[in-house]
Design a protein around this ligand. Structure first.
Ligand code: SF4
Length: 406
């Protein structure tokens, strides 16, 4: 490392360290100028549900009662997420499988994420893209996006999820819109996992071709959230919470939800994620709901970050509880999990799987190869063909697009 780089390192470290002192941090509950504020009580209801959730109070009898109900109530959902449900995991998984097959048959949707930029203005202390982490930053040009997408489309995939990191300054709404227009040339379904924005921005991106939006709340525990998201727009807890609702107001067909399991108390976060989706679907019955179930992964320059107490059994429990509570919801398992875990989850409860994944910038064609560093290490490096074949081997039907636009 050069002298300048050392200097830079120490300046940036000090700047980053300043945020570690609570008195230097902004109010995470206060909207910034230009952030759209919705007149909604959803956040209060979800937080109240989460705070009152005493999972240790549930018993085997509560779990048995929940399993007997053909339509699971919020109270059943609470029982299914409790520690008392763990000894019933086999039975829960069997019920989840029946429910999944009732609504989705043996179809499993395939898609891949494309990271077109890794600039980020936020300071999430657990993420490799955070603005103080020393990684190679990059952003694909429109020409590179086109080449990357053309290369991905050659694999047969028809659904793509566009990711940018969260820098509105670098990855403007217009830049993302252009990426959507390019994607429309190659794919039938375009999802976005970008920074939360106002409903008029979502409406614009919908016009450009995007039809679903995923936003991870990470944790629904506002005080914990405050200690993990130290700077940037993401720090504003309620603005992030209402992103899905603004996306629906902007005309998006579907919205995705997730807590990053392992950041905080995963049972409470899973409960809040489910209730967030449940209330939103009641308010917007046309909304298509999706869940992701990410666990923490190691990041560049910090390999100590790992899921805390969310082991495979607990992960299965959460995925099955989502399936039973909201049987029509799509559930995605990401490459944060290894091939064995992913194959297992799609056999039982999940309905969507990514394939041929890279979380780095420009990995799919030689022109843009290796432009920027990856967000996190992936555990399942299988190609599209590998995942496709694996699904067939498990008597599942790989599906490249759930929707056809006419
Ligand atoms: S989690 Fe998202 S917003 Fe936070 S640092 Fe990473 S890319 Fe940026």
């Amino acid at each position: 490392m050069s002298k300048d780089e050392h200097l830079n390192e120490s300046i940036i470290s000090q700047e980053a360290k300043a945020f570690l002192a609570k008195e230097n941090r902004s109010n995470h509950m206060e909207y910034m100028p230009d952030m759209e504020v919705l007149d909604s009580d959803l956040l209060d209801r979800v937080v109240a549900d989460m705070e009152s959730y005493d999972y240790d109070s549930y018993t085997a009898q509560d779990v048995r009662r929940a399993l007997q109900h053909s339509r699971k109530t919020p109270e059943d959902f609470r029982a299914l997420l409790s520690p008392a449900a763990l000894p019933f995991l086999e039975e829960i998984a069997q019920q989840a499988k029946v429910e999944k097959e009732k609504h989705f048959g043996n179809s499993i949707c395939l898609f891949t994420p494309i990271y077109i930029a890794n600039y980020c203005e936020n300071f999430c202390i657990y993420c490799g893209f955070n603005r103080y982490n020393h990684i190679r930053r990059a952003q694909l040009t429109y020409e590179e996006i086109d080449k990357e997408m053309a290369a991905i489309a050659q694999s047969g995939l028809q659904e793509i999820l566009i990711l940018t990191g969260e820098s509105r300054q670098k990855s403007t709404v217009e830049y993302i819109g252009e990426a959507c227009k390019i994607a429309r040339k190659y794919f039938r379904i375009i999802g976005l996992e970008v920074y939360p924005m106002n409903s008029e921005d979502y409406a614009y991106l919908h016009q450009c071709g995007a039809d679903y939006v995923t936003v991870f709340q990470e944790t629904y525990h506002a005080d914990k959230y405050e200690t993990l998201h130290l700077a940037g727009h993401k720090r504003i807890f309620p603005y992030r919470f209402y992103a899905q609702e603004r996306a629906l107001k902007g005309g998006m067909r579907g919205v995705g939800f997730a807590a990053l399991l392992g950041l905080d108390d995963f049972r409470k976060d899973a409960l809040a994620t489910g209730m967030h989706a449940y209330y939103l679907q009641k308010k917007y019955p046309q909304a298509e709901i999706a869940f992701s179930c990410p666990r923490l992964r190691p990041i560049i320059n910090n390999d100590k970050i790992n899921p805390m107490d969310v082991h495979e059994a607990q992960l299965l429990q959460v995925v099955c509880a989502y399936r039973l509570f909201m049987p029509f919801a799509s559930i995605t398992v990401s490459t944060r999990e290894c091939a064995r875990v992913r194959d297992n989850l799609v056999k039982i409860a999940a309905t969507k799987i990514s394939a041929g994944v890279s979380t780095a910038i420009g990995e799919h064609c030689t022109e843009a190869k290796d432009k920027g560093d990856a967000q996190f290490e992936i555990s399942d490096t299988r190609t599209v063909d590998d995942v496709y074949q694996s699904l067939l081997n498990h008597d599942l039907q790989p599906v490249m697009a759930e929707y056809i636009y006419v």
